[in-house]
Design a protein around this ligand. Sequence first.
Ligand code: GCO
Ligand code: MG
Length: 408
Amino acid sequence: MKISHADVLVTSPGRNFVTLRITTDDGVVGYGDATLNGRELAVAAYLSDHVVPLLTGRDPHRIEDTWQYLYRGAYWRRGPVTMAAIAAVDVALWDIKAKVAGLPLYQLLGGASRKGALAYGHASGFDLEALFDSIRAHLELGYRAIRIQTGVPGLDSVYGVSASTQIGKRYDYEPAQRSAVPSEEQWDTRAYLRHLPAVFEAVRNEFGPELPLLHDGHHRMTPIQAAKLGKALEPYDLFWLEDCTPAENQEALRLVRQHTTTPLAIGEIFNTAFDYQTLITEQLIDYVRSAVTHTGGITAMKKLFDFAALYQIKSGIHGPTDISPVGQAAALHLDLAIHNFGIQEYMRHSPETLEVFRTSYTFTDGLLHPGDTPGLGIEYDEALAEKFPYDPAYLPVNRLLDGTVHDW
Ligand code: GCO
Ligand code: MG
């Protein structure tokens, strides 16, 4: 069996996605997600110009060899563009292998370790009333774990709640907007730190002690600020506090860890296991947040989770809507199979997205299941996809109140 050709498919049904489709000489087709929010065309070009020409004629079953060939063979390693491109090839090859075997992909990864993957959704509201309504709506949808984000007094727009409407229109359900340049948001960490504990107190008073609650700090705090927040949130028993610091400086998390027992999740912007080396070996985090799409695919993620498992660290795979249904399906097969599963993010794609990408995954009683269709369980409607041409969209840029650019 040989790879006969591969196509890079760019579409925008509600938001922009890049998909790699690999076809074998006997007509088996595999899909991989290569979407990098706000930098989509860089990955599309990397694939079309430098990866697709290398795939023709290769044996699609040699997944590990192809992964190493693209990673080591490029000489220039790592980085979000390279690793998203490698991920797309890797996931497409796993899709092909599982289709040839006639099995859902999770069976090739060791089989099911659980009934389904506990999912968390995103509740948000500028004020408490809106937040409570959003939590209730998520509970009605069947979610059994919920991330909460609110407004901060004095700030007009805050990550996770609502996008500023200064430029372009709001784009799908997330902060990126369709526009030629990014919008700008404001930030004040001290105001946020003063406000957030009271939000958690109110939510616990209203919804009780059992509901798993999560929160995303989105890389905005210094280590000592993160330590302070983790400590202040301890009475509210968070499932996790996510991305409390930018975390490129892995040693910085020692300080956070010394001061708080609030569980920590990090890694959605990381792209290799090396980004986690200190965090994992020193047990400075509790959950690995990488996306299959941005961290080299199934092959790399399985190794990363096995490494984390040695240190009792669990998975919390990144699953916002900027991961396509292909990337989400890949995550669900891993979630079902690995032993150290923690939780899966599930934001839900728009109806337009789900018409282009038809999925076999299900959400029942708060648990996601990848389905039992051979392969990943994704079909791509190319004719429909072509009706949604690429349209630029960017995540916002963040500034402190004095104008200084800050982590978004
Ligand atoms: C999350 C993330 C997303 C990111 C988005 C950027 O936890 O889901 O923080 O909301 O902001 O993926 O493209
Ligand atoms: Mg996040």
